[in-house]
Write a protein that binds this ligand. Structure first.
Ligand code: UAG
Ligand code: ATP
Length: 501
């Protein structure tokens, strides 16, 4: 693209755009290591390092224009902007031809449920014969091809590139609070913006729930003129958001249990089955879900309300939800030869643990064993709440290691010991090695017992453990193979068939 056709997008990022001889721009990068001949390198002063220190590196690799926030005079043209992250997003969006405009974009934010709702929506859209890309924690699915995701929301340049590559009519995007705070979705034009819920998470980054809420709320400023907000009003923060948005937006759709909600959820039954009725101005529908959990009733209701706004008939939405195969690593159930049930789940907040363990009880668990740990280098203030939620809802607990993310193992072990002392130590133990923790529960599992292994879902382990397995699911497969039995997940609890379509 010609620089002259690109540079105008920076007009509100800088006081003056210097006159620079026109040239062909072949790409945009925020990481000097990925710069190629003819690229623009945008230097970002980050949380761990300063991109301005890599300007020379970028020039050596062929950068022909540098954007940064500092007063500098490098040997290639330089534009000083007031916010490099915003500038990078604007440049990328313009370079790739404002790709969000060629799709219907559904952006989902909230602490829990983003991945689940996004997979549900993609399944509903696909079932209606509509193509849909999905970008989120588990995978980036573009034109039916699955790519390993690097972040829940990719950085601005990657995001715009992926949107440009997608030929799908719809794109469902999980939008994290980090992404909103770091302008990764700047210039995105959103048709439907969803808020699932807000609970204690990421306070290492946001410092207070109010700040965290403010970051999440930013999503709604990216709505198109006729865009719609879909808000879970059962959540107190959702209620607050809906009240605020109604003052600014024409289209605020609320999901809740009150008469004035646009979609009213009623008659929730999560004992041994998962069903509810849904009521909107067009009708009353009953829904029976093949995947368990009260939280999934809320997730499915959010998906239902959103799909209705896209014009999909209620009957088709319900049919699709009733055949939803589930999400990889979200309440995936595996049978144990002695009649116990093992579950792999991604819960890593107090709220999620509460829902997850209650789901096992509602499905008839006679005894609940909970295996979990804490991510290193992430919010430490949520840990005690997670432990308390576990103690309230399980009979036995094994604290173990989750991703250390650079935190020394001894430090994390001290944390586990301190947190174990907070709860009833008679029924809680620590087995540092995650695979051995799962094996201990496997060896002692009894009929009617449910063992929930939470925190990682299908994500690969970041450190080596004793058993030769790479994930919690893999560890269970290994233990199954040791007993000479098959390792098929329980029907209806796996999501492998998302790999196609
Ligand atoms: C704290 C945080 O969110 N950091 C993100 C942030 O990094 P940063 O801008 O601070 O980058 P930095 O490492 O300080 O480097 C500064 C700049 O120097 C550049 N650089 C660096 C080295 C070099 O050789 N050359 C070079 O140009 C870097 O590319 C960067 O532009 O911007 C980067 C680009 O977008 C992200 O990769 C990075 O995510 C880190 C790895 C991360 O772990 N983020 C997590 C917390 C996160 O974003 N999680 C949310 C989901 C949360 C949830 O809901 O669970 C997500 O959306 O994934
Ligand atoms: N609506 C919900 N309310 C509370 N907990 C939920 C809800 N939906 C899912 N969960 C729990 O949270 C876990 C993560 O769910 P999901 O992956 O859908 O959320 P997410 O918002 O994408 O999470 P993350 O941002 O960590 O990727 C699930 O494994 C489940 O335990």
């Amino acid at each position: 693209m010609e620089l002259s056709n690109l540079i105008y997008c920076l007009h509100d990022c800088t006081e003056t755009i210097p006159s620079i001889p026109n040239r062909l721009i072949s790409g945009i990068e925020i990481n000097s290591q990925k710069v190629r001949e003819g690229y623009i390198f945008v230097a970002i002063n980050g949380y761990s390092t300063d991109g301005h220190n890599f300007i020379n590196d970028a020039i050596e690799k062929g950068a022909s224009l540098i954007i940064g926030e500092k007063k500098l005079n490098p040997p290639v043209p330089y534009i000083k902007v007031n916010d490099s992250r915003k500038a990078a997003a604007k440049l990328a969006s313009t370079f790739y031809g404002n790709p969000s405009r060629k799709h219907k974009i559904i952006g989902i934010t909230g602490t829990n449920g983003k991945t689940t709702v996004s997979y549900m929506l993609r399944h509903i859209l696909n079932s209606a014969g509509l193509s849909c890309s999905l970008l989120g924690t588990v995978s980036y699915i573009i034109n039916g091809e699955h790519h390993q995701s690097t972040h829940t929301t990719p950085d601005a340049v990657q995001l715009q590139k992926l949107l440009a590559e997608s030929n799908d009519e719809f794109v469902v995007l999980e939008i994290s609070s980090h992404a909103l705070e770091q302008s990764r979705v700047e210039n995105l034009e959103v048709d439907l913006a969803l808020f699932t819920n807000l609970s204690h998470e990421h306070l290492d980054y946001h410092h207070s729930m109010e700040n965290y809420f403010a970051s999440k709320s930013k999503l709604f400023q990216y709505l198109k003129q006729d865009g719609k907000a879909v808000i879970n009003r059962l959540d107190v923060w959702g209620e607050k958001l809906a009240r605020r948005l109604k003052e600014e937006l024409a289209n605020v759709i609320t999901v809740g249990r009150l008469k004035d909600d646009h979609l009213v959820i009623d008659k929730i039954n999560v004992k041994n089955k998962t069903e509810c009725s849904l009521l909107d101005h067009e009708g009353n529908y009953s829904m029976s879900l093949p995947f368990p959990g009260e939280h999934n009733v809320y997730n499915a209701s959010m998906a239902f309300a959103t799909a209705k706004q896209l014009g999909i008939p209620a009957v088709n939405i319900i049919q699709a939800l009733e055949s939803f195969p589930g999400v990889p690593g979200r309440f995936e159930m595996f049978p144990h030869p002695a009649g116990a049930t093992f579950v792999v789940d991604y819960a890593h907040t107090e709220d999620a643990i509460e829902y997850c363990l209650k789901t096992a009880k509602n499905l008839g668990a006679e005894q609940v064993t909970h295996i979990f740990g804490f991510r290193g280098d992430r919010d430490t203030t949520k840990r005690e709440h997670m432990v308390q939620a576990s103690a309230r809802n399980s009979d036995r607990r094994i604290l173990t290691l989750d991703d250390l993310n650079g935190v020394p193992q001894e430090e994390m072990i001290e944390q586990l010991e301190a947190l174990c002392r907070v709860i009833d130590s008679e029924n809680s133990e620590i087995i540092y090695d995650r695979t051995l923790a799962i094996r201990k529960a496997w060896k002692t599992a009894s009929p009617g017992e449910w063992v929930l292994v939470t925190g990682k879902g299908r994500e690969p382990y970041k450190q080596a453990f004793t058993l030769p397995s790479l994930s919690d699911k893999d560890t269970l497969s290994f233990l199954f193979s040791e007993t000479g039995q098959g390792n098929e997940p329980i029907e209806g609890s796996t999501a492998d068939n998302h790999q196609t379509g």
